[in-house]
Design a protein around this ligand. Structure first.
Ligand code: ATP
Length: 346
């Protein structure tokens, strides 16, 4: 198969549970060999989409193809074991009475190739030499890699991960995320990660599909989703956003509480919501300007809350060495052109 072919294609997939429409004509295409994150708030349908792809939910409408083969739709429902799709379980889901090698080889057909496949997977997952250990003799990160190696050993076309890092503490989560992303890339598998954590989606995946109320509202590279959100809701959901009321002039500029600013993209004249990320703003000391109200220190940077004379409040992200104390008077300006959406879309 060419590396550009779709590994998974969901077209108009719908699924209801009684009155709840969990999936509403959902479209999603996963390019072969990529890691895609489905990012959305609780209850938006992420798990249902994943289970529909895996074959654990029968869809009401639409079609699903895996590696070019129809697996669901128009009366067809291939069972999970015939889809070459694997769901990676949450951490701690290893068989406690089997060794690491036993766990990894669990789903691989018995035969002369099995030991080789297990050894190759252990190597790939950075577990070489640990095959004889029991799960309880491993760190949390190593256990997660064993779970992943077990899922990948039968060489599925598609690997699905449902909130796999949910119960890990923050420090461990960060380390394990990059380990898991590395193993998935090395294996060449097509993977789909479901998460409500925007940092996880943006940092791990090559492609982010933002889901709301059973619909994928935007799908693209992380930087596009962050820098060019499809609408105000996506702008607010993915990352922090300052929203200011404004008026577009229809010629590439917008007037708002920060003055007249250039727009990233011209929009029709009229009332708009201006979207400015905290790191897009800069402050200059100005005794007659806005007031720095609060200051939160994050080590790598600080986020200050600024109260504009007109009553608006803005968050501004600054290098942590920036000395501006609470109570400073400042002028706020944007470092770059800003995004805006017609106010009616609110
Ligand atoms: P979370 O992030 O909280 O896990 P999610 O985005 O994965 O949420 P789903 O689990 O797919 O959301 O659920 C979507 C909607 O469908 C929710 O309203 C949920 O209550 C409903 N739902 C899911 N599974 C069932 C079921 N088996 N029976 C009834 N309703 C269900």
């Amino acid at each position: 198969m060419s590396t550009h072919a779709a590994a998974v294609e969901c077209l108009g997939v719908s699924k209801s549970f009684g009155p709840v429409q969990a999936l509403q004509a959902t479209d999603l295409t996963l390019a072969t060999g990529t890691l895609t994150a489905v990012l959305g708030p609780s209850g938006c349908g992420k798990t249902t989409l994943l289970r529909a792809i895996a074959g654990f939910e029968r869809v009401d409408g639409g079609t699903i193809h895996v590696s070019g083969q129809a697996v669901a739709g128009q009366g067809l429902h291939l069972p999970p074991e015939r889809r070459r799709v694997t769901i990676v379980p949450q951490e701690q889901a290893l068989f406690p009475h089997l060794t690491v090698a036993g766990n990894v080889g669990y789903g691989v057909r018995r035969g002369p190739e099995r030991d080789k496949a297990v050894a190759a997977m252990l190597e790939l997952a950075g577990l070489a030499g640990l095959g004889d250990r029991m799960p309880h003799e491993l760190s949390g990160g190593q256990q997660q890699r064993v779970a992943l190696a077990r899922a990948l050993a039968p060489q599925p076309s598609v690997v699905l991960l449902d909130e796999p890092f949910g119960s890990l503490d923050a420090a461990l989560r960060d380390e394990i995320r990059s380990e898991v992303a590395g193993v998935l890339r090395a294996s060449g598998a097509t993977s789909l990660l479901v998460t409500h954590d925007q940092e996880e989606a943006l940092s791990m995946a090559e492609s982010v599909a933002v889901m709301r109320s059973g619909v994928i509202v935007q799908h693209g590279p992380p930087q596009d989703v962050y820098r060019r959100p499809a609408d105000l809701w996506v702008a607010n959901f993915v990352g922090r956003a300052n929203i200011l009321a404004g008026r577009a002039d229809g010629a590439g500029k917008v007037e708002c509480a920060l003055g007249v600013l250039p727009l990233v993209e011209t929009i029709a004249a009229g009332p708009v919501d201006v979207v400015i990320r905290p790191e897009q703003l800069q402050l200059r000391v100005d005794p007659s300007g806005a007031t720095v109200e609060d200051r939160r220190y994050f080590g790598h940077d600080v986020v200050v809350g600024v109260h504009l004379p007109g009553g608006e409040r803005l968050l501004v992200r600054l290098p942590s060495a920036d000395p501006l104390p609470v109570g400073s008077r400042v002028t706020v300006s944007s470092r770059e052109p800003v995004l805006a959406f017609p106010a009616a879309a609110r």
